[in-house]
Design a protein around this ligand. Structure first.
Ligand SMILES: C[S@@+](CC[C@H](N)C(=O)[O-])C[C@H]1O[C@@H](n2cnc3c(N)ncnc32)[C@H](O)[C@@H]1O
Length: 197
């Protein structure tokens, strides 16, 4: 990166507070590589288990996927399409080596992204905090769920997330199941929601 690019990057992060630049900066530093280690395996395994059990051979969209560690925990024979998407182009570039005919890594902002197909399962794993509210994120993506499609949302137990847990408890989408996973770094509340009638 040239000195001019570095100044622009600093300005975008610190003055304009552009989310994409802040995340890119952190991914360039390797700050999120730990998400790929064994201490996160518990929550990823529950999400993979729900998806493969409820929507075998389904089409999957993941929002806020980072470098794609969740997709990389899947048995690829168990889905027919997987879009791993994130606002950070650095994170997406790091995950791209895992692409194949049915696995795509795409730069997308969950607040503006318009999918080009529908999905049996839409996953928001530790990323719903960057949407406007639980209900608004789900409402944005509900039109892209197939009939009987599901959402899977993970919200961690950090006390700063109390409002997000409350929004999840009060949300108008029918709850199918919830699993609470206590991992080494945090506790994760993984909720499966159905489509509204
Ligand atoms: C805590 S990380 C979680 C990454 C991954 N889902 C995981 O659990 O390992 C949050 C992710 O949300 C992404 N993000 C932040 N704002 C976003 C937005 N508006 N749209 C899509 N992704 C966003 C960040 O780039 C980051 O990769």
């Amino acid at each position: 990166m040239s000195i001019l690019d570095k100044i622009q990057d600093l300005f975008n992060r610190k003055i304009l507070r552009k989310d994409k630049d802040r995340w890119n900066y952190q991914y360039n530093l390797g700050r999120w590589e730990s998400l790929g280690d064994i201490k996160e395996l518990g929550r990823f395994s529950v999400i993979v288990g729900y998806t493969q059990f409820l929507k075998p051979n389904g089409k999957v969209l993941e929002m806020g996927a980072g470098e794609g560690y969740l997709q990389q925990r899947f048995d690829k024979t168990m889905y027919s399409l997987y879009y791993s998407t994130d606002v950070s182009d650095v994170a997406i570039a790091n995950g791209k080596k895992h692409e194949d005919a049915k696995t795509k890594y795409l730069v997308a902002d969950m607040n503006t992204y318009v999918p080009d197909t529908d999905f049996d399962c839409i996953i928001i794993n530790e990323a719903i905090y960057y949407g406007h509210s639980v209900e608004r994120v789900l409402d944005r993506f509900a039109p892209y769920l197939t009939k009987d499609g599901i959402f899977i949302v993970s919200i961690n137990g950090d006390e700063r997330n109390a409002a997000w847990h409350q929004m999840m408890d009060e949300c108008s989408y029918p709850r199918i199941d919830q699993t609470i996973v206590k991992c080494a770094r945090n506790t994760f509340y993984i909720t499966v929601l159905g489509s509204k009638a």
